[in-house]
Design a protein around this ligand. Structure first.
Ligand code: FAD
Length: 482
């Protein structure tokens, strides 16, 4: 007896089996051809960054292993999605394709074009929701427009939209009669060439659906209770570390939302604070959907006139963690070591680049995109514009972080700095965030020679602050576009 025609399930930013509606619907209907396409450009932001390619490699291996438990395979192909889908459909006899929708500009453009072209060939395409808690086109203000301010957005999300409960992974995934050919993962060269600068990533990360589920369980059991207090302390390990898993869809926001349901009384304000952060991700996607220019253009167009200095040497010192401001340097080195930086330190490092060094936020956004394992077209662009003051509901430009005071407030004993800037390890805590102010004898006793073992500050913060405010005043005289 011949089997039913298979359905292609095109995996994209949803590298998971549970709460995957595209997969569940296909598996319930017949044999499945699971497919991942390496597209020439992965998002409106350009190709995946180097750190996230490392993650993708391991995540695809994990997905392949999970599918193998069902006797299934993961077909890997590179090329234009329409060409690949057409070929795989022809080789496998599939007449239907399923996928979960994306909300970044190039994801949307690809969805629309592919769906239309497949229909013209007699191949039916069906798309499903799952990347977000709510679809951005459905959550609108009473006037029918997009939200630009987080608080009313959050209120609407929290009160009006109970996300659909997550669904289980399929009980079985039937195989097609013939498997189309697949490319070897190693040939995609997603891992960095030797010496592998990403080798240290595995000190803290386990890519894949199982790694994501373990992170969520650990977070709920051990960190959620104190999340409100500890989430701002970079050395406390007080956050969920779910962002890279979310970025490639190894876990869905609905799974996170529902896992924290009903925990209110036990975990106090931790739950609400945590959910609010997950809602910031939703808000970022909401902005990206309604303002697709978000990764490239200032939402406040007055910033188009801003006079950036864009000094190459300063950018290089910032990216290498050699600014002479320990909290900034620790953050930039954490980024290099683990492909991750704590949220508080991201804000400090971004503010330093934009306001102390007067370097265009788009340079920082691009560096983060290349080096973060959680690089996300919506979160990254929205966060950089938030810090710059050029975005929707952004921090005002004139609120300029002092990297020394921020360090002293959020890393009071300097434990975070010492972890990532070992050359300051022996310095007394009271000088750890301002080694340039320490007496010479104390520096010598700690084995530090400023300008030799650790840099002097590359900028005077007080001068830089005045300079930034002056540059800002120049553009605020221009009228603000609605
Ligand atoms: P938790 O505190 O456990 O939060 C849970 C989840 O909520 C996160 O995984 C994330 O999905 C979401 N979230 C938390 N904070 C934010 C936020 N401020 N904005 C949007 N979503 C948030 N996050 C990314 O996922 N990708 C990026 O590319 C990215 N770039 C950033 C760039 C800058 C300049 C700044 C200031 C922030 C950026 N963030 C980005 C947001 C935030 O720093 C990370 O989401 C967070 O540090 C991830 O750690 P976690 O999973 O332990 O967070």
């Amino acid at each position: 007896m011949t089997k039913a025609a298979p359905i292609i399930v095109w995996f994209r930013k949803d590298l998971r089996l549970a709460d995957n509606r595209a997969l569940a619907a296909a598996a319930a209907d017949g044999p499945v051809v699971p497919l991942y396409i390496r597209e020439p450009t992965e998002s409106g932001n350009g190709p995946l960054g180097a750190a996230q390619q490392w993650w993708l490699h391991h995540s695809l291996e994990a997905l392949r292993a999970r599918l193998a438990q069902f006797g299934s395979q993961l077909i890997l192909r590179s090329g234009d999605p329409l060409d690949v889908l057409t070929d795989v459909a022809r080789k496998s006899g599939a007449q239907r394709v399923h996928w979960n929708r994306r909300y970044d500009p190039s994801g949307i453009a690809t969805d629309t074009a592919v769906k239309k072209a497949l229909a013209a060939q007699g191949i039916a395409a069906e798309s499903f929701a799952g990347q977000l808690l709510h679809e951005p086109m459905r959550l609108l203000t009473t006037a029918g427009g997009p939200y630009r301010v987080f608080t009313p957005f959050w209120r609407a999300l929290d009160s009006k939209f109970e996300p659909a409960p997550p669904i289980d992974e399929p009980q079985q995934i039937a195989s097609p009669e013939t498997w189309p050919s697949s490319e070897p993962l190693d040939q995609w060269s997603l891992l960095p060439a030797k010496p592998n600068w990403a080798a240290t990533f595995s000190e803290i990360w386990t890519p894949g659906e199982k790694g994501a589920a373990a992170r969520l369980d650990e977070f709920i059991d051990e960190k959620l209770e104190d999340y409100k207090v500890r989430r701002d302390l970079p050395d406390a390990d007080g956050t969920s570390l779910l962002s890279p898993h979310l970025a490639l869809g190894e876990i869905s926001p609905a799974q996170i939302w529902h896992a924290t349901q009903g925990l209110q009384t036990e975990a106090g304000e931790g739950v609400a604070t945590f959910r609010k952060e997950v809602a910031w991700r939703e808000f970022s996607y909401h902005l990206l959907f309604h303002y697709p220019e978000l990764p490239r253009c200032n939402l406040d167009r007055r910033f188009d006139l801003f006079r950036w200095l864009d000094h190459e040497g300063d950018f290089s010192r910032w990216s290498k963690g050699l600014t002479g401001f320990p909290i900034v340097d620790a953050g930039m080195r954490q980024l290099w070591r683990h492909g991750y930086m704590h949220n508080r330190v991201r804000m400090i490092a971004a503010s330093f680049l934009i306001k102390d060094l007067l370097i265009d936020w788009r340079r920082g956004e691009a560096w983060f995109r290349d080096t973060l394992v959680d690089a996300d077209p919506a979160n990254n662009a929205a966060s950089w514009q938030w810090v710059a003051g050029s975005g929707a509901d952004a921090a005002p430009f004139f609120r300029i972080f002092n990297p020394v005071l921020q360090g002293e407030k959020f890393d009071p004993d300097g434990a975070y700095v010492k972890r990532f800037v070992p050359e300051l390890e022996r310095l007394e805590p009271r000088y750890i965030h301002r080694p340039f102010a320490a007496p010479a004898a104390l520096l010598a006793g700690a084995g530090i020679e400023l300008g030799a073992t650790y840099p002097r500050p590359i900028v005077d913060h007080a001068m830089a602050r005045d300079r930034a405010l002056a540059a800002f005043r120049e553009i605020t005289s221009a009228p603000r576009e609605p």
